[in-house]
Design a protein around this ligand. Structure first.
Ligand code: ADP
Ligand code: MG
Length: 284
C-alpha cells in the first residue's frame, strides 16, 4: 500500500515496497448494506488469526492489524467496537507535517483482540474539512507500521477515497440482492475501475444473502448478469448475530464466534489474503 504516490500522479505506482502492509478496502454500494459490520468482522478475524500465529514472547511486538474508518461524518467502526476514537478531526485538517509513526501510534485505540482502530469522532461536515493530503500521509505511515489494514471507505465520493482504494491490494464493493444496490454497485465498479485502470479490480460481495429462494427475490445469477461479473462471495443474512454484536459493542466474532455470519466472513477473509500467506497456512 503506497497511497502518497497516487496524490502526485493521481494513479498508483507499481513500485510497492516489499514489506508493505496487505490492505483490504470495502465500500458499500448503498447505505446499510453492511460495509462497516464486514470491515469490523474481517479485522477481528485477522486479529484472532494473528494471535494464533504469534507465540507469547512475540505478542508485545508492534501491533499488526489496523482498522481505519475513513468516514469523518457518519463513521461507526468505533461504535461497533465500543472504543473511543483517539484521533480528532483537527489532527487531519492541517498540514501533513508531523504525521509520522509517533503520531499514529499515539492516536490509535486498541480493542481487546489486539486490533487497532484509527477513527475520529463524527462531526457535521467532517468529510468536507479534512485535508486529503493529510489522510494520504496517514495511510502511508499506517502501511509502514502494520501487517494488515482494513479500510471502511465511505460510499460517497471524496478525493482521498480513490487513493485509499488504488493503494489497496483488494477492493470489495459490498451489495445486497436488490435492484437499487446492484445498480449502484455497477455504477461504482465501472467508475472506479475506469479511474484506476488495471491497478484494481473490484470484488463484488453480496451481503445479507438468503439461501432459500423467495418469490420475486433476485438470485446470484441475476446479479452476475446485471453486473457482467462473477460474484466473489456471499455472506449470509444473520439478523440475530448482527443485532447482538452492535448492541453489545463487540464484533460478531466475540458475541457468536460459531455463527454462520462469522464463518462466511472467515471464508471471505481467507480468500482475500495474499497468496504467500495462504500457501504457508496450507503447508502448515
Ligand atoms: N449479514 C447481515 N445479516 C443481517 N443484518 C446485517 C448483516 N450485515 C449487516 N447487517 C445489519 O445491517 C445494518 C447496516 O449495517 P452497517 O454495517 O452499518 O452498514 P453500512 O456500513 O453499509 O451502512 C446494521 O443494522 C447491521 O447490523
Ligand atoms: Mg458504514
Amino acid at each position: 500500500m503506497t497511497a502518497s504516490i497516487m496524490v502526485n500522479n493521481d494513479m498508483p505506482n507499481a513500485s510497492i515496497p516489499e514489506n508493505h502492509a496487505h490492505c483490504i478496502s470495502v465500500m458499500g454500494a448503498a447505505g446499510g448494506v453492511g460495509a462497516t459490520s464486514l470491515c469490523v468482522q474481517i479485522a477481528h478475524n485477522m486479529a484472532l488469526e494473528s494471535q494464533k500465529n504469534t507465540n507469547r514472547s512475540e505478542r508485545t511486538k508492534e501491533p499488526r492489524i489496523c482498522l481505519i474508518d475513513l468516514d469523518f461524518e457518519g463513521g461507526a467502526c468505533s461504535h461497533h467496537l465500543d472504543l473511543a476514537p483517539n484521533m480528532s478531526i483537527s489532527d487531519l485538517t492541517g498540514s501533513t507535517d508531523g504525521i509520522d509513526r509517533a503520531f499514529v501510534s499515539a492516536l490509535t485505540s486498541t480493542h481487546s483482540s489486539g486490533l487497532d482502530l484509527i477513527a475520529t469522532p463524527n462531526s457535521l461536515g467532517g468529510n468536507d474539512i479534512v485535508n486529503p493530503s493529510a489522510i494520504v500521509s496517514l495511510l502511508d505511515v499506517v502501511s509502514q507500521i502494520y501487517d494488515h489494514i482494513v479500510i471502511d471507505v465511505p460510499r460517497y465520493w471524496r478525493p482521498w477515497n480513490i487513493a485509499a482504494i488504488g493503494a489497496s491490494d483488494r477492493f470489495i464493493i459490498l451489495a445486497e440482492l436488490t435492484i437499487p444496490a446492484l445498480h449502484l454497485a455497477r455504477m461504482k465498479m465501472n467508475a472506479i475501475e475506469e479511474k484506476l485502470g488495471e491497478h484494481i479490480r473490484a470484488e463484488i460481495v453480496i451481503n445479507k444473502f438468503e439461501r432459500r429462494s423467495f418469490r420475486n427475490a433476485l438470485r446470484q445469477k441475476d446479479a452476475e448478469i446485471a453486473l457482467k461479473r462473477e460474484i466473489t462471495a456471499t455472506v449470509c443474512i444473520d439478523t440475530d448475530t448482527l443485532r447482538d454484536a452492535i448492541n453489545c459493542g463487540e464484533p460478531a466474532g466475540v458475541v457468536r464466534p460459531e455463527s454462520r455470519y462469522v464463518k462466511d466472513t472467515r471464508k471471505l477473509h481467507k480468500f482475500l489474503l495474499p497468496d504467500q500467506i495462504k500457501g504457508k497456512r496450507s503447508a502448515a
